[in-house]
Design a protein around this ligand. Structure first.
Ligand code: ADP
Ligand code: MG
Length: 324
């Protein structure tokens, strides 16, 4: 392995620095002026609807695609054109990972490990870590979608890279497999590795990520810690009150209530002043059976993506037309 030069390897140098990066396909801006710095040891989640440009942006960071304008530095060096000094330090799982399909799981990972000069014991350890220990002698082309996904992840991890890129690694996994992978990723993070990943699972991003960035139509609309995002955007909490406790009009009049609807046997009160509404409810028939739903990253995400989407204004005008 090539040792990085001390000047570029100072801890102050971020894992990834993206500055004003743009990528256009035809007349479509897949990535539109994105700037982003990912610290070493950080677990960073890139979120956004399909087609937002997540994969394009990640592949530019990985050096698999060339930015049209702007600059990218990984550990202070340009990943493009293919930078052999960076390859051992990065682990990459793409959305269309390639496999040696005629090999067994173990042979496949051994081949990948050999490419990076990783020790053979890393092969068994990594297969265990991703839950493929029992599948080692199965041919790759006989694996299920979820098992292939695990193998793709193993292929990104086997050489013990400092910086790990995973593009929707939990997409094909069942809930149990997803939880197992969370543990693997948490362990990697605890070892001080940097993880950059994309996901559509907002609960997962909230549970795992130090920071998330939300990409909409190629633009990074926000970058923040999940909890801070939730607090800043002040998404509403919801109080679920058993039907019959108070009627809808009374509920609407309660101080602190922003909205009221009936849903699944409950009166749902939206509020940004949970304490106030709870004490008002308590005074009018008690809190028995009242449930509180705190806002989640998903609430913020849905609000932001709806607001920022190029379709949002179109939807709004369509709605107006329908109402007219
Ligand atoms: P995401 O990963 O967020 O779903 P992508 O980065 O895959 O988004 O795609 C962003 C946009 O760029 C989409 O409109 C997609 O159709 C387009 N795109 C991606 N790759 C190519 C390509 N190789 N050629 C042409 N258009 C592409
Ligand atoms: Mg993608």
């Amino acid at each position: 392995m090539t040792s990085p030069s001390p000047s570029t390897d100072a801890v102050a140098v971020p894992a990834v620095a993206v500055d004003a990066v743009t990528k256009t396909y035809g007349d479509r801006k897949a990535v539109d002026g994105v700037s982003l710095t990912i610290r070493r040891g950080e677990f960073f989640g890139l979120l956004g609807p399909n087609g937002a440009g997540k994969s394009t942006l990640v592949e530019i960071m990985e050096g698999l695609r060339k930015a049209e304008s702007g600059s990218v530095a990984v550990f202070g060096e340009s990943p493009w054109p293919r930078n052999t000094a960076l390859l051992p330090r990065m682990g990459v799982q793409t959305q269309s990972s390639a496999f040696f399909v005629r090999q067994t799981v173990h042979e496949h990972l051994r081949t990948v490990a050999a490419l990076f000069g990783a020790p053979s014991k890393a092969v068994d350890e990594t297969l265990e870590a991703v839950g493929l220990g029992q599948m080692r002698d199965i041919r790759v082309d006989n694996l299920s979608g979820g098992q292939r996904q695990r193998l793709a992840i193993a292929s990104a991890l086997v050489h013990g890279p400092e910086l790990i890129f995973l593009d929707e690694p939990t997409a094909a996994l069942d809930p149990e497999g997803r939880r197992d992978l969370w543990e693997v990723l948490r362990d990697l993070k605890a070892e001080g590795r940097t993880i950059v990943y994309t996901t559509h699972h907002l609960d997962e991003a909230e549970a795992l990520c130090d920071r998330v960035g939300i990409l909409v139509a190629g633009r990074l609309v926000v970058t923040d810690e999940p909890q801070h995002l939730i607090n800043t955007f002040g998404a509403s909490s919801r109080l679920l009150v058993p039907l019959g406790r108070i009627d809808e009009d009374q509920a609407r009049e309660l101080p602190g209530v922003d909205g009221v609807m009936v849903q699944g046997g409950h009166l749902v009160l939206e509020t940004r002043a949970t304490g106030q509404v709870l004490s008002a409810l308590d005074a009018r028939g008690g809190l028995d059976g009242v449930q509180t739903r705190t806002p989640s990253l998903e609430d913020v995400y849905l609000e932001l993506t709806a607001r920022q989407s190029p379709l949002a204004s179109q939807h709004a005008s369509n709605n107006q037309e329908q109402q007219a």
